[in-house]
Design a binder for this molecule. Structure first.
Ligand SMILES: CC(C)(COP(=O)(O)OP(=O)(O)OC[C@H]1O[C@@H](n2cnc3c(N)ncnc32)[C@H](O)[C@@H]1OP(=O)(O)O)[C@@H](O)C(=O)NCCC(=O)NCCS
Length: 284
């Protein structure tokens, strides 16, 4: 985060305050504060306007995931208790927003993290009690970009997810969307799979971060940096058990490290077979 965050508890809700470094690219001499807190149904009209503004200003690489929604959509969103929207305000103006959706089973998560091969709900994880917070709709008005506000919104949602009893956070990013890679990698998410979004055919990266424990990386294999747009090379890297762990915005490169974390867990019979083969050299 660029800015020091002051945290408050107001009516049981987390409220964060920080300072903007620039507006419209112009450095601010006097402190201009922003506030982050959960949104509610009264914010629906402002959310509709923000959505319209983001949609009008989409650039190459940002086409996926951001769908234009009206205030009526946002009124309905607040009926869904699993969906938690947060907003960034300067004074009374909503300048950024994003959501956290609680997924309690594979069907919930499939909508958020399409085609994920890793089974986040398998019985060996968190005693079979995994609860996933999926992040989405990350948006900041163009005039306020460059203040790492999405990084702060992600940090906020990670804290919120922990308070809501979630074990993991996930998200998806368009593979061409350079702008949303820095925030997720800065918050230590792992790029563990690439796929096609069945809803619009977009090329996407699937991202994950366990809330409590860090992913264990294999220290004996060297790390490899690849340009973010060498999609085939990256797919091969992931097939070989590597995951993306860092992003260098100036070089536009993702750093890959080896990890066995996302390998599907072997069934007991398969584990026995693997041990037998390893010990004897014979396949059963
Ligand atoms: C993704 C997004 C929320 C990130 O905004 P942010 O938190 O302000 O981004 P950062 O502060 O990390 O920006 C870092 C730099 O990238 C620039 N930048 C950020 N988003 C940019 C964009 N969409 N186009 C061009 N430059 C952008 C910033 O100006 C800044 O440059 P600087 O360091 O030279 O000042 C924002 O780009 C956005 O709302 N995009 C449209 C919607 C979208 O694509 N959402 C993500 C869906 S997966």
């Amino acid at each position: 985060m660029n800015t020091e965050i002051k945290t408050y508890q107001i009516n049981g809700e987390m409220v964060w305050r920080g300072t903007l470094a620039k507006i419209n690219g112009v450095r601010q001499e006097k402190p201009v504060h922003f506030y982050i807190h959960p949104l509610n149904v009264n914010d629906a009209p402002a959310m509709g306007n923000l959505s319209e503004n983001i949609y009008q200003n989409l650039r190459t690489g940002e086409e996926c995931f951001i769908h234009k929604h009206t205030k009526e959509y946002y009124y309905d969103v607040f009926q869904n208790k699993k969906m938690k929207y947060i907003g960034v305000f300067v004074g009374s103006q909503l300048i950024g927003m994003s959501y956290l959706k609680i997924c309690e089973n594979a069907a919930d998560l499939q909508e958020e993290l399409p085609n994920a091969k890793y089974d986040f709900f398998n019985a060996n994880r968190n005693g079979g009690n995994s609860r996933i917070a999926s992040f989405g709709a990350d948006s900041v008005l163009p005039a306020y970009r460059g203040n790492a506000l999405n990084t702060v919104m992600i940090e906020y949602r990670i804290k919120q997810a922990g308070r809501l009893g979630c074990t993991d956070c996930t998200s998806i990013v368009d593979r061409s969307n350079l702008w949303n890679m820095t925030p997720y990698f800065a918050c230590r998410f792992n790029l563990f799979q690439t796929t096609i979004d069945p809803s619009d055919g977009g090329k996407i990266s699937l991202l994950h971060k366990p809330i409590e424990k860090e992913t264990v990386l294999s220290c004996f294999k060297p790390k490899v940096a690849l340009p973010y747009d060498r999609f085939e090379l990256i797919d091969n890297m992931i097939k070989r058990g590597f995951i993306g762990v860092e992003f260098d915005r100036s070089k536009k490169e993702v750093l890959f490290a080896h990890s066995s974390y996302y390998k599907p867990a072997l069934a007991k019979s398969d584990r026995c077979m693997a041990i037998f083969t390893r010990k004897t050299g014979y396949a059963m």
